[in-house]
Design a protein around this ligand. Structure first.
Ligand code: NDP
Length: 355
């Protein structure tokens, strides 16, 4: 193996711009140099593309925890799964499957030293039931976000007949959050998503009680019909008008899990974005709890959450869906597709098979 290739940023989408596949380029790049002590040579097998990466396309990301991508430079991605090809770190051996939940570059082969901040973890493949992509979905940040969002901000109390509404419901976090909300005790779970196929996935495969296609249906009317007792918990992945509509039907002392606001990620606004006065008033009048949720603030709970998630997924209590794009060269395309709703469940990229 002596060739290598990576994805680069060719141009930024510009202020309030929608990303397109031609913002990204694909080119050959040098094969990693000989390993120094402690370094590991890794072959990328699977990559995750995530909404949080959108802000890195801007000159200013607007958040403290990530830096902008540079024009002409390799894309520093987020989550990945790979295989160790060579190692001069005694903790890793050739053939090991590894994953990292941050800083995985969009490149075929790279070398890396173990570091405290973005650790590489050896994956016990026997615990994955042969599914190497689980660290990109439920056994990684996606699962943690859904689980800790529901647990820490949901205020779900079994026996209180609560209604949970999830926006972005057929996506990676949304589809897991809805299932977890049910397991936590919500008696009614309703999802909002962008196609009839997604609605069917939610109601027929995941057991949601109802689903609304926001592109073709009147969300306000359908919500009122599907949630006759109002909304007690809202797992918000989307924001903007959709969330104003949901909040307008929320009960007293209810809870918004402010997970993401993807409807405004292409807009040059701060995060979380401002909300209309009428929504502010509703939140105040109904004593609705709505504070920012960032999974990275709960690192001390990751281990316990991961154990629980592994139990749930391996026992079949949580179902996981993926949408796969083939080829490293199509990673930018996969990102754009995900931002436009092309995915059901988690959008991943299959780069190579393990050897
Ligand atoms: P998804 O798998 O849900 O993919 C994104 C989905 O968003 C698309 O499939 C699309 O589905 C929907 N979407 C895109 N644009 C719009 C729009 N304008 N209006 C309504 N829906 C839209 O992504 P993730 O599960 O990875 O992320 C979901 C959310 O969770 C994001 O907001 C993300 O930033 C957030 N997040 C937050 C974390 C935290 O710590 N708080 C950690 C990780 C993720 P559709 O067809 O339904 O339109």
């Amino acid at each position: 193996m002596s060739t290598n290739a990576h994805v680069i940023l060719v141009k930024r989408p510009g202020t309030n711009g929608t990303p397109t596949a031609d913002n990204f380029g694909f080119e050959e790049c040098p094969f990693p140099a000989e390993l120094e002590a402690g370094e590991i040579l890794i072959k990328t097998l699977y990559l995750s593309v995530d909404p949080a990466l959108r802000c890195r396309m801007n000159e200013d990301t607007g958040v403290h925890y990530v830096t902008p991508w540079e024009i002409g430079k390799e894309i520093g991605g987020f989550i990945g799964v790979g295989q160790v090809i060579k190692s001069s770190d005694p903790a890793f051996s050739p053939g090991d499957i590894v994953e990292a939940q941050a800083a995985w570059p969009w490149v075929a082969l790279f070398k890396r030293k173990q570091e405290e901040q973005n650790p590489l973890r050896k994956v016990d493949t026997s615990l994955l039931g042969g599914k190497l992509t689980l660290p990109l979905t439920v056994l990684g940040l996606i699962g943690l976000t859904s689980y800790l969002g529901i647990k820490e901000k949901g205020g779900i109390k079994p026996s209180q007949n609560q209604t949970l509404v999830v926006s972005g419901a057929a996506g990676a976090c949304g589809s897991v959050a809805g299932q977890l909300g049910r397991l936590e005790g919500c008696t009614r779970v309703v999802g909002i998503c962008g196609s009839n196929e997604k609605c069917q996935f939610l109601t027929q495969e995941l057991g949601f009680d109802g689903a609304i296609n926001y592109k073709t249906e009147n969300v306000k009317e359908r919500l009122a019909a599907l949630c006759p007792d109002g909304v007690d918990v809202y797992f918000d992945n989307v924001g903007a008008e959709m969330s104003d509509t949901v909040i307008s039907q929320m009960n007293k002392n209810s809870n918004v899990i402010l997970c993401g606001q993807i409807a405004v990620y292409n807009k040059d606004v701060p995060y979380p974005p401002p909300i209309p006065e009428s929504t502010e008033t509703r939140i105040k009048d109904m004593n609705i709890n709505r504070t920012r949720f960032l999974v990275l603030n709960y690192a001390d709970k990751f281990e316990e959450a991961m154990t629980k998630l592994a139990e749930l997924v391996l026992s079949g209590k949580i179902k996981v869906r993926e949408t796969t794009m083939e080829g490293l060269e199509n990673t930018g395309k996969a990102f754009v597709s995900m931002m436009n709703g092309g995915n059901i469940g988690k959008q991943i990229v299959h780069v190579a098979d393990p050897s």
